[in-house]
Design a protein around this ligand. Structure first.
Ligand code: SF4
Ligand code: SF4
Length: 432
């Protein structure tokens, strides 16, 4: 969701390398029991219980899958509370008071490489499922479902594009943990028996290319390439990345697996490594804290369950002249505006963006067509907007609003500063 108080072209600030802070010792973590996909849950611990890092606390229950809930610190269970998650919805959470001992659950043990190299696809899928891995680029889609594909996969593409402005959590991860990313890719290729792996990165990120090419030399027995792609938005949209990295154009609506392609975000790839090598669920992640409303923008390596309030405090707080600040969780184009900072870091939280409040007045549509020319899925956002205003569901359907990937470009280019994407998103929800 594009920040409501901003004109989207204000987001043109280039990503730059941010200082990094390691903050993995919050006094409390808040582990979400529900998500936007799982409204039911079972909790196996109660107030006062002692839990270990990586211990299963219960299970979330979604419409087509169940998901274990993990402790991300060791310590004592306290009360249930309500917090906001990265999608902007209120979620029930269980509080753990950290004992700062990082006492690991007995199940968190390393697998030797000679065991890993004999794991079957099913065994790897079971590990990834048990560790509750989801797409960490923000999608939250269960990773095991992708990994369990029965299609013949030729190429695994790791998406390291991170194309939205301000974001740098994947950037930091690649710089700090290239070995884990290559090993994660190796495990994925083994699981689906892929012939080649490709890591797709922006060609302008020369320092990342250097890191990846150095690492590539250590994995010469594997067919892994680095694809250097153009620096434009939405280069990181999966279909665009596939097309430019492999030359294969996946029609909108088709599953990439049917075309021999399987894609994972770079953070997800690292989480697959941690699950298979160390039997670890996602307990930590890099989060970008950025925007003109926070005093000290930085990348923070933090614990899943940490309060966003803590991260903003560690970034020296809000700027003095911020006015009514706006907080966006995720990128400025596709993230979610949240009503306050009582938000928790979940595995899919890539960033916390804080913007000074500047109100822009929408002007009437001048029918310039810019939103139509810029739409990557070739639909007509302005017509959908008009159909939404008329509440004309038939027209919204006919205009294929459901193809919209919510990239935010139509709002970005709009001459009249209209939040066109919000209308298209509303159109999608009207037709289910
Ligand atoms: S209609 Fe959807 S896909 Fe097209 S530009 Fe707007 S947000 Fe992007
Ligand atoms: S870009 Fe804005 S002003 Fe131009 S046609 Fe689309 S909605 Fe209308």
């Amino acid at each position: 969701m594009i920040a409501k108080t901003k004109r989207v072209s204000d987001y043109k600030q280039l990503n730059k390398e941010l200082p990094t802070l390691r903050y993995v010792d919050p006094e409390y973590v808040y582990i979400n029991l529900t998500t936007n996909r799982c409204e039911e849950y079972r909790l196996d611990v109660k107030k006062g219980d002692y839990v270990k890092l990586g211990q299963i606390l219960g299970e979330r229950d979604g419409c087509f899958f169940k998901q274990p809930i993990y402790a991300t610190v060791s310590g004592h269970i306290e009360d249930k509370v309500t917090k906001i998650d990265g999608t902007g919805i209120e979620v029930e959470c269980i509080t753990i008071r950290n004992d700062f001992q990082d006492t690991y659950d007995e199940t968190i043990t390393d697998r030797p490489e000679n065991v890993i190299e004999h794991l079957t696809q099913k065994e790897m899928v079971d590990i990834v499922k048990e560790k509750a891995l989801v797409g960490l680029g923000g999608s939250g889609f269960p990773t095991y479902i992708k990994l369990a594909t029965e299609e013949k996969i030729d190429t695994v593409v790791i998406n390291a594009i991170e194309c939205e402005p301000y974001l740098s959590s994947d950037y930091r991860l690649i710089k700090d943990q290239p070995d884990e990313i290559f090993n994660g890719l190796k495990y994925i290729m083994q699981a689906v028996n892929a012939k080649q792996g490709i890591i797709a990165v922006k060609k302008t990120k020369k320092e990342l290319i250097e890191v990846l090419e150095n690492e590539q030399k250590r994995f010469q027995d594997l067919n892994i390439k680095i694809a250097k792609l153009g620096d434009y938005y939405p280069q990181g949209w999966e279909i665009e990345t596939f097309k430019n990295a492999t030359g294969i154009k996946v029609p909108i609506g088709d599953l990439p697996m049917k075309h021999g392609l399987l894609g994972f975000n770079v953070s997800t790839t690292e989480s697959i490594y941690e699950a298979i090598k160390h039997n670890l669920p996602v307990t930590k992640r890099f989060v970008t804290v950025n925007g003109d409303g926070v005093k000290f923008p930085q990348s923070i390596r933090t614990r899943v369950g940490t309060s966003v309030k803590d991260l903003i405090k560690l970034s020296d707080g809000f700027v003095e002249d911020a006015g009514n600040i706006e907080i966006v969780i995720g990128g400025p184009m596709m993230g979610s505006s949240v009503k306050n900072d009582d938000v928790i870091i979940t595995p899919t939280t890539t960033s916390v963006l804080v913007f000074k409040s500047v109100d822009y007045k929408e002007e009437p549509c001048v029918r310039c067509g810019s939103c139509v020319y810029s739409c990557p899925v070739d639909i007509t956002p302005v017509s959908i907007m008009n159909a939404v205003k008329r509440n004309d569901k038939e027209a919204i359907k006919d205009l294929s609003a459901n193809k919209c990937i919510e990239c935010g470009l139509c709002a970005y280019v709009c001459t009249s500063k209209i939040h066109v994407t919000d209308y298209v998103r509303k159109g999608k929800s009207l037709i289910g």
